[in-house]
Design a protein around this ligand. Structure first.
Ligand code: SF4
Ligand code: MG
Length: 292
């Protein structure tokens, strides 16, 4: 922490300088873990946009991927399981000038933390949430998660999963999350571009990232064989078309799946303060100052 505008190194000519965004903590992920690729894409987004470390907060839950804030030179908050979004909402609401990036895994996002997603969507919090989905709980040795396919055989489920997998893109579109995208850690250039778009989006952005677990569920090969990038014929503002992509079976569509435009939570708070003042409730900022 503590890099200011003057000391912030500029990108060298012809390439991005991601060094200012790294910490001296070495990632302890297994070799080949997809989360390495996602981390690099986050560095590249920060370097591309020249976001200063002191203006950035990375919030995570619990799990292998939730170690990520330790590896980014920024403010970080490693919260408890499934509570990424409430904390990210609080940080952004307290200081809307901060760039708040939420990160975590599929277990964190779509199981224990799943109840927070519709409310983050309703509030349209201006936070970019990057979910590293590997279909397992890697940190606890590879049990099937909410996105695990039924045929997945693991130590705790030797005859396959009992539950059907959740479709995160369909859920995100149904909840009307205002920016929904899917990327792949094996396609870092395209994933960096999606993260840049998600951060630039004013409102809640959910980026579902296929991020294979090389130790417990290595699906790089089948994933690489099935992915396809959506082309310009897809209109992300068309919700029905987005839902069709969510249910596509033959391939895994990557790119911006769905977008909608409406005011964000911090903008609504400011609008509400003004409306209250007009209606004679006084200056809400002064009322809130009492609690600071
Ligand atoms: Fe990555 Fe899986 Fe290793 Fe966890 S167990 S660090 S998810 S490869
Ligand atoms: Mg997982």
């Amino acid at each position: 922490m503590g890099t200011d505008a003057e000391t912030m190194p500029k990108p060298p000519q012809g390439g991005l300088n991601i060094a200012p965004y790294k910490t001296d903590v070495d990632p302890i992920w297994c070799p080949g873990c997809g989360d390495f690729g996602v981390l690099t894409c986050i560095y590249r987004m920060l370097a591309t946009k020249q976001i200063r470390p002191e203006e950035t907060v990375v919030v995570s839950g619990i799990g292998c991927s939730s170690r990520l804030p330790a590896y980014v030179n920024a403010y970080g908050f490693h919260t408890v399981h499934g509570r990424v979004l409430p904390v990210a909402t609080g940080v952004k609401t307290a200081n809307p000038k901060l760039e708040v990036i939420a990160v975590g895994g599929d277990g964190d996002a779509y199981s224990i933390g799943a109840g927070h997603i519709p409310h983050a969507a309703r509030r349209n919090i201006d936070v970019c949430y990057i979910v590293m989905d590997n279909e397992v709980y890697g940190l606890t040795k590879g049990q099937g998660s909410a996105t695990a396919p039924v045929e997945m055989v693991k130590g705790t489920t030797p005859f396959g999963q009992l539950d059907d997998p959740l479709n995160p893109i369909a859920v995100a579109v149904a909840y009307d999350i205002s920016f929904v995208a899917r990327g792949y850690s094996g396609k870092p250039k395209e994933l960096t571009d999606l993260i840049i778009q998600g951060v630039e989006h004013k409102g809640f952005a959910l980026i579902e990232v296929l991020s294979p677990c090389t130790t417990f569920h290595d699906i790089y090969k089948p994933t690489s064989q099935r992915i396809r990038f959506v082309d310009s014929s897809h209109d992300p503002f068309d919700r029905i078309a987005a839902m069709k992509l969510a249910f596509e079976k033959e391939t895994i569509p990557l790119g911006v799946i769905y977008k909608s435009q409406r005011s964000s939570f911090d903008e609504r708070i400011e609008e509400t303060k003004k409306r209250a003042q007009i209606k004679g409730a006084g200056d809400l900022n002064k009322v809130l100052d009492v609690f600071q």
